[in-house]
Design a protein around this ligand. Sequence first.
Ligand code: FHN
Length: 474
Amino acid sequence: MKRSLFALLIGAVGFAASLNAQTNPDGTADTGDAHDGQKLATVESPARVAERLQWWSDARFGMFIHWGLYAQDGCFWKGKDGKTEHMMRHLQIPIAEYEKIATEFNPVKFNADEWVRIAKEAGMKYLVITTKHHDGFAMFNSPSNDYNIVKRTPWKRDPIKELAEACRKHGLKLGVYYSLGRDWHDPDVPTSVKADGSRRSNTWDFPDEDKKDFAKYFERKVKPQVEELLTQYGPIGVMWFDTPEKISKAQSQELLHLIHRLQSDCIVNARIGNRLGDYAVQEQKIPEGGDPQPWETCMTLNGHWGYKKDDEKWKPTEVLIRNLIDIASKGGNFLLNVGPTGEGIIPAPSVQHLREVGAWMKINGAAIHGTTASPLGKLDWGRCTKKVSPQTTTLYLHVFNWPKDGKLIVPGVPGLVESAGLLADGKGLKTVVTPDGLVISVPAAAPDKISSTVVLKIKGPLPTQRSGAALQSN
Ligand code: FHN
């Protein structure tokens, strides 16, 4: 009796400990959801990573697309609210039932060219679309797994093929999202235990987590489908992995090698797991001080990633534009999400907001695309982005709060000011050096109520920030 009680106690302690310190089969800490902001390991030369990231860094702005079976009725199922694109999990819909949604999924209004034009006209330079979300349904032609849009729906088309063609036509890069550590259609995908004791795996069709063998899913589904994504559609700009959960370090490394063997220029985000990948992901947030490594904030336009038919809480265009500027001023990328409907339509309010962002970008895009992080300290009236050439450093001053007295004070501008002017109309502006910093005389009315761009050109590359750097003016 004593032994079994002792064994029971050890088991309980071990289980409790495992709840917190989940480890992968190879002993690495479970990546779980805490994959944001990790210091990425350097597996290639910084120069090689920078070369691969160049187009992406210059882009600054992309479109995220969450599209899947959950969109059929706006994340509702049989009249029940599935809350989000996690509808299958929230309502614990059995696979046999969820699969039936595919038999009705017929997005006859889908138009790849239109989606890509909406992104392009918004000033976006790349798309990242969900090719397989957590429900395990492939939104692409997957010969290795017939649970896919071509085989299981009456529509029988491959939207990734059509988007790839449209992106090539319009000069945008195509990225693909792939849910790596969650797949509710496969019996071998365990997940971490959350603080509340819940899991993100399919525990309703496959209740025994201990029986699940990630390696089998990795070999059977992940590797074949990643290979299909990288060989069926031409150049893929970004492999955007999500929720790496229980993937081992060796598996993350194997996956990265597979990707680079097939497409060496394909960028990979940090959610490949185990501190690998080319850039860090920030989800629904903008880090106060940015991130020392390349990073991207992904954000919804309303409150949902997937199309939620009762969510009309759209973020104001002013917030979207100022988020874009804030992110770019910290050297990050902004991946702004749309959730198309089951008919294949990007919701009209999303389109309208993106059109308004595009109208701002049409005038101010040069102050975002190709820029890098601000060299200035905190600015009370707005943000700053910069471009550097051997002859000139251009500072783009993004003025949210236009000075009422016509005097824009810019502290901490080192070097010789060559010129200042409004980006909107090229009008030159007078500058004078004062103990408070450079003062730029600006018109009474702001060119744009959301953010107006003042362009400051400084001779040569910025001198290294020396205390009391002599500030001269033209
Ligand atoms: O669970 C997913 C969620 O549905 C969505 O895809 C986001 C997008 O970054 N990623 C996961 C949550 O971190």
